[in-house]
Design a protein around this ligand. Structure first.
Ligand code: PMV
Length: 360
């Protein structure tokens, strides 16, 4: 039996991922590249035990056993089965997973990102011991490992690079690539699967003054899971393709540049535009997807108000009502007390960029 303990951070996207390449849906190949900050103090800790067996899975989340009829079990189970499909030798083991988040699951704080990043990192440790050849070929470096995290959850791809900091997830194949996995040779299939990976662009130390403020709007499960939501967007939103094209050709290079130059004003304006763009894509989906609530809107108003004479903060929202606000050390107190007026001090959590996953 091999037992591995890891810790993996979550990440917050500036340039968002929303939509998979329909032919490669199962392998979570995105339509466009995305960019995120690795988050310092929000993480998942996972213990993985692997022993001889026949591909069985048991899963505990935050101390509770997750039984097979639960959605969370299905996600992890599907993930393990993809591993078996790609590497049949991994099926001769049983997998026991215990994960703990230090933040609420499924409330829009991207727990699936740190969760599957931790899972992939733990598998890396286990495969090094149990299947050294497989490890050397597919698990040994961060780029490949990010592919394995991706097979669990798209955003988890960006939580893998060890250096953390600012991470780009390259989309890989062109969104118009016309062949699906069943129509290409096994080596082309492998090439396509590994074409979409993450890497760190700037280390966490690149911008020490940058602050990331998590603002918890409400507890509880989100209404539409991101996986189902983005699928609906790709299928029913006629503007999605233009959004993909515009963000990749115009917004992504601009944001990378603002980060390179540490130009907070430019970064803040684009961050808010990108978040608004994502939620516009959601609203133009049929049926409409709405994640923001009245408190989220209040936070948006507060940030715009703070920025009246000088740009001090930027909001961004994922598939939930919680806000993540970026600011600089010199504005931290002003911005966080303003947020605390809306959601209460206990729901405001200030952190910075951090490093990627590690064995503990
Ligand atoms: O990783 P998923 O399938 O839960 O998708 C996450 C999508 C967003 O959080 C809304 C955007 C992003 O890029 O993280």
């Amino acid at each position: 039996m091999v037992s591995v303990n890891v810790k993996a951070p979550t990440n917050i996207a500036l340039v968002k991922y929303w939509g998979k390449n329909p032919l490669w849906e199962k392998f979570h190949i995105p339509m466009k590249s995305s960019l995120s900050f690795t988050v310092g103090d929000l993480y998942t800790e996972t213990t993985l035990e692997v022993e001889d067996g026949s591909g069985e899975l048991s899963f505990y989340l935050n101390g509770e056993e997750i039984t097979p009829e639960r959605k969370e079990f299905e996600y992890v189970d599907k993930y393990i089965k993809k591993l078996f499909e790609l590497f049949p030798e991994t099926k001769k083991y049983n997998y026991h997973v215990e994960s703990k988040n230090n933040f609420p699951t499924a409330a829009g704080f991207a727990s699936s990102a740190s969760g599957f990043a931790a899972m992939a990192k733990a598998l890396q440790g286990a495969m090094k011991e149990l299947e050294p050849q497989l490890y050397e070929k597919y698990f040994a470096d961060d780029a490949k490992l990010s592919v394995f995290a991706r097979l669990g959850s798209g955003s988890a791809t960006r939580s893998i690079p060890s250096e953390g900091g600012v991470v780009i997830w390259h989309r890989g194949i062109d969104p118009n690539y016309p062949f699906g996995p069943e129509e290409v040779s096994p080596s082309t299939k492998e090439h396509v699967i590994f074409s979409s990976y993450a890497e760190s662009l700037f280390p966490a130390e690149h911008w020490p003054e940058l602050r990331i403020i998590y603002t918890k709007v409400r507890k509880g499960e989100k209404a539409v899971k991101s996986r189902a939501g983005m699928k609906m967007t790709v299928k029913t939103n006629p503007l999605h393709r233009q959004w993909v094209e515009y963000e990749e050709s115009v917004m992504l290079p601009r944001v990378v540049n603002a980060i390179r130059e540490k130009d907070f004003e430019a970064l803040a304006k684009d961050t808010m535009k990108l978040s608004n763009g994502l939620h516009a894509m959601m609203l133009y989906t049929e049926p409409r997807i709405r994640y923001l609530n009245d408190t989220s809107e209040q936070i948006i108003d507060a940030v715009l108000d703070l920025n009246e004479s000088e740009v001090k903060a930027a909001y961004t929202f994922d598939a939930g009502p919680n806000a993540v606000v970026f600011t600089l050390a010199k504005y931290e107190n002003e911005v966080s007390s303003r947020l605390a007026e809306i959601v209460g001090e206990e729901n405001v959590f200030v952190t910075k960029m951090g490093k990627g996953p590690a064995f503990i």
